[in-house]
Design a protein around this ligand. Structure first.
Ligand code: SF4
Ligand code: SF4
Length: 433
């Protein structure tokens, strides 16, 4: 390589770039290519762009910046790719370069800095701001503000509607540091409450802990948790993501446990990546490796360690399952959640057409690329509607929020539920065969 147009040390890997054989097998799997059929909005086209800049044949342009951020980072192309190209790490490194280029405005940089460096890592500040947001969401002011937004800025109106409701309580405040199992102890597990899960999906966190407890797990909920860093990494701030990864490793390693159980596909996927993002760190590389080896998605852990055929739902329920990108494409977990529900009597699991197709949430994608996100969501909601299921299950906060929004926007009568919530309800109802 004779020189490149990248300015930051986090370069897209030459090895990954050269592993693409340009076969095009990924094109049909790519939601953004399927929106406009532009080669540059496909995985293969984006790889070419990243490679040309790496080879010094093309500077970073507005189009380059647009395509890196138009990508959902859903990694469906990785699943489709016969050559095993790790596209996710390419696009994340390319986003770092875009963040350090003239094509990111100072205002956008400032907002991201505040969100990813100040708010998300600081749970007390995040909870304070969430309380303010909940106050606003519950007050008459919301309707008033929405009406003004509707008149002056459709974008602000949509962002306002997209924001999931803040929970009535925050999960880290209701749990003690250690919860003991019901009956004989089978495992000791550590549960990260997550940043957004903690304030927006506290009920799902409560269901997770109750479920683990009932199945015989001692659950450790560490104090002083911080965000795992995944949102910073997906938005071009790998430095901050690494800092949060190190903090998380330091904090969790004070405890003795068998597994780290995540109920958020995005957080679980990223904590499994710690071993890669810290591979060159002299102090943390080994610790990150053993940390990542202990991370399990909740459905992965449950399926491999418990028998669900002993349970029966109290009444017949029709459910379907949307596969979160960070579960199916990044963690390659696809059968486990479905096999759990197939074991339970009275649960009728209806196959979802294009279940592994992104819902359009993708971190803050639905805010910054609202129109594209809604086209992708519309396709998802049509498929969900066609199943006639009463419940759609999905194991990621972004998907839960986005599909719940889709039920209103596209008028689809379905309840959007995390798998742990349904499992906890089935076990709570106490019907054992
Ligand atoms: S990313 Fe994989 S599937 Fe896509 S063109 Fe390259 S080698 Fe083919
Ligand atoms: S990550 Fe998703 S949106 Fe981006 S190129 Fe791959 S398939 Fe397309």
């Amino acid at each position: 390589m004779t020189g490149n147009f990248y300015s930051h040390l986090d370069l897209p890997s030459d090895l990954i770039l050269s592993s693409c054989i340009h076969c095009g097998m990924c094109l049909q799997a790519c939601p953004t290519y399927n929106l406009n059929y532009d080669e540059l909005s496909s995985p293969r086209g984006r790889i070419r762009l990243i490679k040309y800049v790496a080879e010094g044949k093309l500077p970073i342009t507005e189009k380059f910046s647009y395509e890196m951020n138009f990508c959902l980072d859903c990694q469906a192309c990785e699943t489709a790719c016969p050559a095993g190209v790790k596209f996710g790490s390419l696009v994340e490194a390319a986003r770092v370069q875009v963040e350090h280029s003239e094509f990111t405005s100072s205002l956008s940089r400032l907002i991201k800095k505040i969100v990813f460096r100040k708010v998300l890592p600081n749970f007390e500040l995040l909870k304070f701001l969430s309380r303010l947001l909940r106050f606003y969401q519950k007050s008459f002011v919301r309707k008033f503000v929405e009406n003004i937004f509707r008149l002056i800025s459709p974008k602000l109106y949509n962002v306002n509607r997209l924001s999931p409701e803040i929970s009535e309580y925050f999960s880290d405040e209701i749990f003690p540091e250690r919860i003991y199992p019901v009956g004989e102890k089978k495992f000791t597990v550590l549960f990260p409450v997550g940043c957004l899960m903690n304030v927006m999906f506290a009920e799902e966190n409560k269901d997770t802990v109750e479920l683990l407890q009932k199945l015989g797990c001692e659950v450790i909920i560490p104090k002083n948790q911080t965000c795992c860093g995944s949102l910073a990494a997906h938005n071009g701030d790998l430095e901050q993501a690494r800092a949060q990864a190190k903090k998380t490793i330091d904090n969790f390693s004070k405890y003795d446990f068998d597994y780290i159980i995540s109920n958020s596909a995005g957080c679980g996927a990223f904590m499994k990546e710690y071993s890669h993002i810290l591979a060159n760190d002299e102090v943390y590389s080994q610790r990150a490796k053993s940390f990542s080896n202990k991370v399990k998605d909740i459905t992965e852990f449950l399926y491999h360690n418990f028998d669900f055929s002993q349970f029966k739902a109290s009444e017949k329920i029709d459910v379907t399952y949307h596969e979160a990108c960070h579960l199916v494409h990044t963690q390659k977990i696809t059968n486990e959640p479905k096999l759990i529900f197939q074991q339970i009597e009275n649960v009728n699991l209806i196959p979802l057409n294009e279940a592994t197709w992104c819902c359009g949430s993708a971190g803050i994608y639905n805010i910054v690329n609202y129109d594209s996100s809604m086209k992708i969501l519309e396709r998802k909601m049509k498929n969900i509607n066609d199943t006639k299921a009463k419940i759609v299950l999905t194991g990621n906060p972004g998907c839960l929020g986005q599909i719940r929004y889709g039920t209103e926007k596209f008028n689809v009568d379905v309840e959007v539920v995390h798998p742990v919530t349904l499992l906890n309800k089935i076990i709570k109802d106490g019907v054992v065969k």
